[in-house]
Structure formats: C-alpha cells, structure tokens
Design a protein around this ligand. Structure first.
Ligand SMILES: Cc1ncc(C[n+]2csc(CCOP(=O)(O)OP(=O)(O)O)c2C)c(N)n1
Ligand SMILES: [Mg+2]
Length: 596
C-alpha cells in the first residue's frame, strides 16, 4: 500500500508549511495520524501534553511567540472538546492555529455512535474562518493547504476533521477531471499601507493636536522603532494595551504603561486630558479608559479593516501594517516645538514608578505573608536578557502588567482578550519548546495552578532536560483565594467575599515541584523575596517559586473611579476580611473612599 492520507497530511505540514511540532494527546480517533508519525520520523515532533487544553494553549503560544501557525491535534469526541478553550484564546487574540482532530469512521457517522460528536458544528464558531471534514482522500491536499493558509492569512484558528478510516486510506491526489481541486501552499504576506491622501488626512489631525496620546497593542509588534519616532515627533506619550506590553520597552521615559483597570495612573491621565489620539494595532475594549467621545480627534491603524473605528469615534481609519504605515506617515508629521506635554507625561511616569516602589515596599498585613507587589518589584531589576514571561489571569496579572519593567528584546504573553485562567504554564512550555535557549518565567495564582498548572508542570518535568538554558521559573502566588474575582465582587458589584466560591484548598506547591525533581522555594516573608529570586534565577533546573501572598491588596490602580471605591466601601460592611483590607487600602491610598 502506498502513502496514507494521514502520512500525506503530516508530510505536507512538514515539507510545504514548515511545521516542526504538533502539540497533542492520543486516542483511537487519531490512530491513523499516530501511525503516520512513524513515517515522518523525528523531523516532526509530536509533543504530548497532559491535557488537550494544554496542547491548544501551547499551539496558541507558539503562534504568539514565533509568528508561525501553531498546530495541535486531538482525538474525536472528548479530545476535540478539550481543545476548545485554547482555540478560543487563539481566536480572540487573533492567532493562527490549526487543530487537527479525529472522527469516527465514515460508515458510523449519524448512528449516535460512541464518541460521535458533531465536530463541524462544535468547531463552527471557534473556527469560523475554516472548519472542514475530509470525507475523501482526494480532498486531503486542498483541505490541509486551505486550513493552514486561512489560519495564517486570517490570523485565526482553523480545524481539519479527519475520520479514522480516511486517515488510514491510501492517499489519492486530485484526479484530472471535473470537480477536482488543485492547491498550493505558499502565502506571500503583502505590504499593506493606506493611500497617500489618507495618510495626509491622518497627519493633518496629528499635526493639529497639542496633546497627543498614542495607544498601541499587539498589532504594533515589530514597529517599536517607528512608534518611538512618531511619539518623539509628536511629543506624545505611549500607553500599551495588555497584549502589547512587550511591543515597546517599559524603561522608555515616555511609555506610560498599561491602560484600564490593570493599567497605570499616567496612562489614565494621558487619556483623560489628551486632545488627539493615535491607536495602532489595538482593540482595547473598555471605552471608559479612552478619552470621552468628542474630547480628542483620533486616528486608528489596523491591518484588519474589520477592527477599525469600533472603540472610539475615530476620524481617519487606516487599514495597514503598523510598521509600514507609521513609516509612511512619518514624512508627513511635523515635530511639535512645544515639548511641555511630553515633559509633563515623563514627570508623571517617573512619579508613577516611585509610587509603585512605595506600594511594593509596604509590608504585608499579617505575619507569614508577603506583599504580592513586592514579588514583582524585586524581580523586575533581576530580569534576565531575552526573557520570555507569561501571565495567567488573576490578581497576578495586575502586578505582572504594572511592576515588571520589560526591556528591549524581552517577550511577554497572556490571554489578553479571552482572559481565561490556565494559559500561564502552557504558554511558558511552548515558549521554551520554541526557544530552548531563552529564560522563561511563568506567573500565576494558586487557583490557576490548581486548575491546569499541576498538570502542565508534569510536562515541564518531562521535557526540561533538553533545554540548554536552564531557567524555567513558575511563580505561584499562594493567597488561598480566587483573589481577582473576590475583588471584582467587592468593587464592581459591591458584594462581600463569598467564602464558599472564593477560598481555595491548601496545596503544597513548592513540595509538589520538589517531588517532580525540580527546585521548590517557599517564601513567606518580605525579606526573603529578593534572595529567593536570585536563587531561582541561578538554579540549574526548573524552579517553582511559591510566594505566600496577602490577599488583601486591592489589585486595582490608585485611580479607580469614585463609584467603584464607594461600592467597595459598602461591600466591606459584611466582608469577613474587613479590618485587614482597610489597613491595606489605607496604605494603598484608597483611604478617602473607605467608610471607617
Ligand atoms: C477558565 C476561567 N474560569 C474563571 C475565570 C474567572 N476568573 C478570573 S481571575 C479568577 C481568579 C484566579 O485566581 P488565582 O489563580 O488564585 O489568582 P489570584 O486572583 O488569586 O491572584 C477567576 C476565577 C476565568 N477568567 N477563566
Ligand atoms: Mg489565588
């Protein structure tokens, strides 16, 4: 027998599409593919993860870190279902990912058969750009090409479903007859820049403004030099949406940092007092953190025209690549002679870093605990060059986003738009798989670690021997609480903490890591924090840094709105942790809002 359909698909992924790794988990629904891995040999790695969700997150992270299409694979029914959250993460953060999933044999379909799930319907939403079932060997060629091409061209997840018997059937190319389809692999990414007249209109707005604010997102990746030059020319400050944290270094004096509830005061003040806004490659969703409509004249740049003009009433919307568009815009931009606005912003930024240092220097409200801000603040100056860092979703995201001063050449990623729990460690695993020579630090809460981190750490134990750079640190904030939501209950809804839903069971995080052959470090007082970081960064094997942290630090910037603070004050009336929260809030300068 000649080549099977599964062998053909793997070969084509390797030869024509440059895929070198597939994250997955087996099952008899993909037996044909698993057998085919014998044929392609070591060239294409099957990286087994503890859970299909880890595989999907890892594929998403591969796409985020490398710009290539990430590929994951799972069996029919339950395996395919487990991929969904990771694929939605890819969809919402616009990442190219291919999911290859098995299905029952063609002759069983429609018989309410074991593990028979209507996968095309299941994946229809998450892979809305492309989901197809390969029902005939002759389809395999164009389906795999289209799945990869569409993932890459639309920056979305796509899905190819292959019934088990089709995987094992002999491959047949398209016959020379009516109805046959021929396809090829290559996609040349175009250079997309607006017309000169539109660039001119944008420049007129930016030149007319006196207080220009720039907001960048992940779409500005690769355009740091141009963003810097535009900001210099316009005397502007630059705020960053979460997914854009690593697009421009945090140590530049005019970078005001994050925006929104997880953001900074200088970003907020810049947005509230600017008269002109330039948005580049961002779909930051929260309008209340942008200028009031009518306050600022605005220009937006995005490679995807569908994402333009839907966050702020912008006057000029430019479809285009960030780097090429800003480069084309620059010759039209006049240098602002009055540097007052920029100088003011830089002062605010400097003061903000001092405020953060102050807040990080405070001691925790009870003995045996650490101020969570201090963990990140002490780490920041120790960050190794070329670091890749990831964050999970939780209160941890706030400190990670605000306190880590990323330098040029570092990468950072998290689930920005889906904001799901769990990707912290799977992303870090994929980062190390793609760049085994770079140091990696994953940051998460105890809830996220208990949800999927426990499993993913087993993957780290499985694969770490092959990594030439030994630094792989998992930071777990052990606060015994689903803290971010506890605070959202208090601040956004005005409800006290509900112990039944919020409190987490104990778990020996550091000891667990030790049991996997890693180094476990447990830190429960402020003075241990910095030394523990040094030890972790020097260690020659993966480290789990367990920090017993105080849950009573509001994961909020000091500029929360009056309404939010009022709700929090009301909620504290019935809160089991009221006294300690007030103490921390006073230190965190929320005092004026709290009804003592
Ligand atoms: C899959 C998923 N479930 C629930 C949530 C809602 N949620 C967001 S943050 C959070 C708490 C996370 O707790 P933990 O990991 O302990 O971090 P902490 O906030 O305590 O730092 C929850 C439950 C979510 N974002 N994703
Ligand atoms: Mg927690």
């Amino acid at each position: 027998m000649g080549e099977t359909v599964a062998e053909f698909i793997l070969e084509r992924l390797y030869e024509e599409w440059g895929v070198r790794r597939i994250y997955g988990y087996p099952g008899d629904g993909i037996n044909g593919f698993l057998g085919a891995f014998h044929e392609v040999g070591d060239r294409l790695a099957f990286t087994q993860t503890r859970h299909e969700e880890i595989a999907a997150f890892a594929a998403t992270a591969h796409a985020k870190f490398t710009g290539e299409v990430g590929v994951c694979m799972a069996t029919s029914g339950p395996g395919a279902i487990h991929l969904l959250n990771g694929l939605y993460d890819a969809k919402l953060d616009h990442q190219p990912v291919l999911a290859v999933v098995g299905q029952q044999k063609r002759m069983s379909l429609g018989a309410n058969y074991q593990q028979e799930v209507d996968l095309q319907v299941l994946f229809k939403d998450v892979c809305s750009e492309f989901v197809q079932c390969c029902m005939a060997p002759e389809q395999a060629h164009h389906l795999i090409d289209r799945a990869m091409r569409i993932a890459s061209a639309s920056r979305s997840p796509t899905c190819l479903i292959v019934p088990e018997d089709v995987q094992e059937a002999a491959y047949a190319g398209p016959p020379r007859m009516h109805g046959a389809v021929y396809s090829s692999a290559a996609v040349a990414i175009p250079r997309v820049v607006a017309r000169d007249s539109d660039l001119q209109r944008a420049a007129e707005i930016l030149n007319a403004g006196e207080k220009v604010a720039i907001l960048i997102g992940q779409g500005a990746r690769g355009a740091a030099a141009e963003v810097e030059e535009v900001a210099e020319r316009l005397g502007a400050g630059v705020a960053k949406a979460l997914n854009g944290k690593d697009v421009l270094a945090d140590d530049l004096p005019f970078v005001t940092g994050g925006i929104g509830l997880l953001g900074t005061k200088p970003s907020s003040e810049m947005m509230m007092s600017c008269d002109t806004l330039l948005m580049v490659g961002t779909s930051f969703p929260y309008a209340e953190w942008l200028p009031t409509p009518g306050q600022a004249r605005a220009v937006q740049v995005d490679i995807d025209g569908r994402l333009l003009g839907m966050r702020y009433p912008t006057e000029v919307n430019l479809v285009g690549d960030a780097k090429d568009t800003l480069a084309a815009l620059l010759p039209h931009l006049l240098r602002k002679e009055d540097r007052g606005w920029r100088a003011h912003l830089e002062e605010e930024v400097e003061r903000w870093w001092e405020i953060l240092a102050d807040r990080a220097a405070q001691s925790a409200s009870a003995p045996g605990m650490v101020n969570p801000l201090r963990i990140f603040h002490e780490l920041s100056p120790l960050l190794p060059d070329r670091l890749i860092t990831t964050s999970d979703s939780g209160s941890v995201t706030n400190w990670w986003a605000r306190h880590l001063k990323l330098r040029e050449g570092m990468r950072a990623a998290l689930s920005g738009t889906l904001a799901t729990m769990c990707p912290g460690l799977p992303y870090a695993l994929a980062a190390k798989m793609a760049y085994p020579d770079r140091p990696v630090i994953a940051c998460m809460g105890d809830g996220a670690f208990q949800m999927l981190g426990v499993n993913t750490l087993i993957d780290v134990a499985k694969y770490h021997e092959a990594w030439p750079n030994r630094t792989f640190i998992t930071l777990v904030l052990n606060n015994g609480d689903l803290n971010q939501v506890t605070w959202e209950q208090r601040v956004l809804s005005g409800d006290p903490k509900l112990d039944a839903s919020q409190v987490l069971p104990d778990f020996p995080y550091a000891r667990y890591a030790e049991s996997l052959g890693m180094r476990g470090i447990r830190v429960d007082s402020d003075d241990q924090v910095a030394d523990a970081w040094r030890e972790a960064l020097d260690c020659d094997r993966p480290v789990l840094y367990e920090a017993v942290t105080d849950p009573e630090y509001p994961p909020l910037p000091p500029h929360i709105t009056f309404e939010q603070a009022k709700k929090m004050a009301m909620a504290l009336e019935g809160d089991p942790d009221r006294a300690r929260i007030i103490k921390e809030s006073v230190k965190g300068k929320l005092a004026e809002f709290v009804n003592r």
